[in-house]
Ligand binder design. Sequence first.
Ligand SMILES: CC(C)(COP(=O)(O)OP(=O)(O)OC[C@H]1O[C@@H](n2cnc3c(N)ncnc32)[C@H](O)[C@@H]1OP(=O)(O)O)[C@@H](O)C(=O)NCCC(=O)NCCS
Length: 146
Amino acid sequence: MRLREMNLADMDAIMRIEQRVHAHPWTRGNFTDALKSDCICKVYEADGEMLGYVVLMPAVDEVQLLNISIAAGHQRKGLGRKLLEETMKIARGLNMRRILLEVRPSNGAALGLYRAAGFSQIGLRRGYYPSEDNRREDAVVMECEL
Ligand SMILES: CC(C)(COP(=O)(O)OP(=O)(O)OC[C@H]1O[C@@H](n2cnc3c(N)ncnc32)[C@H](O)[C@@H]1OP(=O)(O)O)[C@@H](O)C(=O)NCCC(=O)NCCS
C-alpha cells in the first residue's frame, strides 16, 4: 500500500468511492478546488487499485481534516486507521501542532476511528450539515494534538 499525490486523472475513481460511501458526497468540483488550493490531497492505493483518499487543509500551525474515505469493499480492515496514521505523520512532518475535524454525530464509524486515534471532542456546531428532509445535523468538532 502506498500514499501518493492525488491528481485530476483520479477523479473518476474518487467519485465512484465518494458517492458510494457518503450520504452527502463531495462533488467533483469540491475535489478539483481542493487540488487547486493549498490543500494536501493524497490517494491511498495498492496494486494500482484506489483504496481511499484524504484531503487536508493546513493553516499556520494546524491542519483541518476535510475528507478521509475508504472504498466500501475495503472498509473494516484497518485501512482507515492506517490512512489516518499516515495523515498524522504528514502533519507532524509539516510541524503542525494539531489536527481539527468536523464529523456528523450519526457517523459512528468515523467517530470510532477518530476516538481510537486519540481525537477528542472540543465543540459542537449546531445545525452545521444539511441532512435528510431539509433538516440539519450538528457537527462534532474534534481535535488531536500532534
Ligand atoms: C470512517 C472510515 C474512513 C473508517 O475506515 P475503515 O477502514 O473502515 O476503518 P478501520 O477498519 O481502520 O477501523 C478503525 C476503527 O474505526 C472504528 N470503526 C470503523 N468502522 C466502524 C463501524 N462501521 N462502526 C463502528 N466503528 C467503526 C472502530 O473503532 C475501528 O476500530 P476496531 O476495528 O478496532 O473496532 C470509513 O468507514 C469510511 O470511509 N466511511 C465513509 C466516509 C466517512 O464517513 N469519512 C469520515 C468523514 S469525512
